[in-house]
Design a protein around this ligand. Structure first.
Ligand SMILES: [Zn+2]
Length: 242
């Protein structure tokens, strides 16, 4: 497996004593420690969100998805506030050749074929959207620790990130009163996760259901004990800590 942070090995100078290569860049010596460790946040962001972005499409060319995109945009705003960010921290971008993915700037690419396949069953799309928002990519800039992570450490952080995102997806769906089961079924059908080395669909299903059930009981308690508050918060969906 390729270690993404590995440096090119020093090119032999062919017996020349000078370390200056007149025909190319000056490679750092292996012993020089020339490469400074990078912030952990950067490395995880690269692993999670640094994948090649899918080709973007112009919404005007796809009037058949205008309605479903408008619906998802409403959920985008709700989920942004629920997760503790602002609406403007996320935007939807119609794309090709992807289901859904988010980049480090909060742009959520959503595939046109994914939209068309589930526009009559939008809970799958809404669940995917909640998962992407649950990544909160702006948060990664806060991880300033400088330490080069090995592949296993990066995988471990990615698994943690995915679990967070799934947990949020479950909670968010409970708040908007949408069953997570169609999304879970879809994950089981496609099986391979959005990121390599991630948990199998069965484990993801458990995490999503856990988030959903936990939040569902909070929502039910809120309705029972503070019906006025529930009406007020449900209207704005400003739910404080999540
Ligand atoms: Zn993810």
């Amino acid at each position: 497996m390729v270690i993404i942070s590995s440096m090119p090995s020093r090119i032999s100078s062919g017996g020349m004593s000078s370390t200056i290569n007149p025909f190319g860049p000056q490679w750092p010596k292996a012993t020089e420690g020339a490469k400074e460790a990078r912030p952990v946040g950067d490395q995880v962001e690269e692993a999670l969100f640094g994948k090649r972005k899918p080709p973007v499409l112009d919404e005007d060319d796809f009037p058949e998805v205008t309605e479903i995109l408008a619906l998802l945009d409403k959920y985008r705003k709700k989920f942004a506030v629920m997760v503790g960010d602002q609406e403007k921290d996320y935007r939807l971008q119609l794309a090709d050749g992807t289901l859904a993915m988010i980049d480090g700037h909060g742009t959520i690419f959503i595939g046109v074929r994914f939209l068309l396949k589930f526009q009559k069953n939008p809970s799958v799309l809404i669940g995917a959207l909640a998962h992407e928002v649950g990544h909160r990519p702006h948060r990664w800039a806060e991880y300033k620790t400088k330490k080069d992570l090995n592949r296993e450490e990066i995988n471990e952080l990615c698994r943690f990130e995915e679990t967070r995102a799934d947990l949020f997806a479950g909670r968010a769906m409970a708040e908007v009163n949408i069953s997570p089961e169609p999304m879970i079924q879809f994950l089981e059908e496609i099986e391979e996760g959005p990121h390599p080395d991630y948990f199998p669909a069965k484990m993801r299903a458990d995490v999503i259901r856990e988030g959903y059930n936990e939040q569902k009981s909070k929502v039910n308690n809120r309705k029972k004990m503070w019906p006025e508050l529930d009406r007020a918060t449900a209207a704005r969906l400003h739910l404080g800590d999540f």
